[in-house]
Design a protein around this ligand. Structure first.
Ligand SMILES: *Cc1c(COP(=O)(O)O)cnc(C)c1O
Length: 396
């Protein structure tokens, strides 16, 4: 029996949704590392395989620990169904494989995760799925682009590293009008700060690797949406093709969800205070963070998000050499491209996450050589500032 109802508040659901206590009376959720399940009789086995009675058969597609994570995340996003996957990328792949066919089109923001672009351009294109990119947040351009009649709209909001925002409500209305599906990668805000389904999106994607884990340990992903598209179609792909989340990872992610809102609020506060401080520092030309009133879409951030998250970037005086000098002078921050960790990370997008783009593509995307990205962690803010102050003083 499920222990909680949907009537509870966010943090109650985060802590308790999806738990099914066993006869052992355990307080913390158990891990079920089992590949298959036994039946009371041959007749019961036959009935389960035929789908006549519910129950576990094989952990490629159902596992009690994975189900706890799925039910908990579905409750937090306000979705009818959630399918957990082995990674964020396999969540995107499973969604596309389940819902698209040869001849269908995707209309995507160009400011998306690099591997998502590779998946669209190098793999889906081979199976007759065309992708068109929109390189602006301007809704008139999106409306204009709808003439290609996309089956699926894809955005990441806020975007990485420039924290551009896409108006989920407006895009959802456009998707409805053209009978397409709006898919939102909610990796950076998580349901603690933004609930795309409530704003009209049809499907939410997660890389659980990031803030859902929150401590940089496991790779995983999830798709959340309605019972038909996600509960049946995406689940059907997972069941057959098997990009399955392991029970251990599901357990870590379920535990991550319990503190998600607390952590996201702390990440947001640290990031806001750091962004505000950076704006007044010598050698900092521009700071990108939706929580700043200088952000061109600050109003939209206040409308569709309840916090601004942990990701910010800034431009320094000079070019690549200056950005690298700053990064190399830090001692506390981790030089790594990952994010969503308690540990603050610092990276140079132009030579790492966006290094595979041509210089022209990078310029188009606004990823300049002097741009530095920080995923602000949960260390004492003064220590993060001191580390960056040492880096910035290298640019005197
Ligand atoms: C990391 C990331 C992904 C991919 O997730 P993996 O778990 O690394 O496969 C997808 N989207 C965004 C926005 C990400 O940051």
């Amino acid at each position: 029996m499920a222990i909680v109802s949907e009537q509870y508040g966010f943090n109650t659901l985060a802590v308790r949704a999806g738990q099914r206590r066993t006869e052992e009376g355990e307080q913390s959720e158990p891990i079920f590392p089992t590949s298959s399940y036994v039946f009371a009789s041959a007749a019961e086995a036959a009935a389960r395989f035929a789908g006549e009675i519910p129950g576990n058969i094989y952990s490629r597609f159902t596992n009690p620990t994975v189900r706890t994570f799925q039910d908990r995340l579905a409750a937090l996003e306000g979705g009818e169904a959630c399918v957990a996957t082995s990674s964020g990328m396999s969540a995107i792949l499973a969604t596309c494989m389940a819902l698209l066919s040869n001849g269908d089109r995707i209309l995507s923001s160009s400011s998306i995760f690099g591997s998502t672009t590779m998946l669209f351009n190098n793999y889906l294109s081979r199976f007759g799925v065309d992708v068109t990119y929109v390189s602006t947040t301007d809704m008139d351009c999106w409306r204009d682009a709808m003439r290609i009649r996309p089956k699926l709209l894809f955005v990441e909001t806020p975007s990485n590293p420039l924290t551009e925002l896409f108006d989920i409500r407006a895009l959802a209305a456009l998707a409805e009008e053209y009978d397409s599906l709006l898919v939102v990668d909610n990796c950076f805000c998580t349901p603690a700060l933004q609930r795309p389904l409530e704003l009209g999106a049809h499907i939410v994607i997660h890389s659980a690797t990031k803030y859902i884990d929150g401590q940089g340990r496991c790779i995983g992903g999830a798709v959340v949406g309605n019972a038909q598209q996600v509960g049946t179609e995406v689940f059907g792909f997972l069941r057959t093709a098997g990009p399955t989340m392991s029970p251990f990872n599901a357990w870590v992610f379920s535990k991550g969800l319990e503190t998600l809102e607390l952590r996201m609020r702390a990440h947001s506060e640290n990031a806001y205070l750091l962004a505000d401080w950076l704006e007044s520092q010598p050698h900092v030309k521009r700071v990108y963070y939706p929580g700043l009133s200088s952000h061109p879409q600050h109003e939209l951030a206040l409308q569709q998000q309840t916090g601004s998250g942990g990701l910010l970037s800034f431009e320094v005086d000079g070019g690549r050499a200056a950005a690298w000098r700053l990064i190399d002078a830090t001692r506390l921050l981790s030089i790594t491209a990952n994010l969503g960790d308690t540990k603050t990370t610092i990276t140079h997008p132009a030579s790492t996450t966006h290094g595979r783009l041509t210089p022209e593509q990078r310029a188009m995307a606004g990823i300049n050589e002097n741009l530095v990205r920080i995923a602000v962690g949960l260390e004492a803010l003064d220590d993060i500032k001191s580390d960056l102050r040492r880096g910035l003083s290298q640019l005197d």
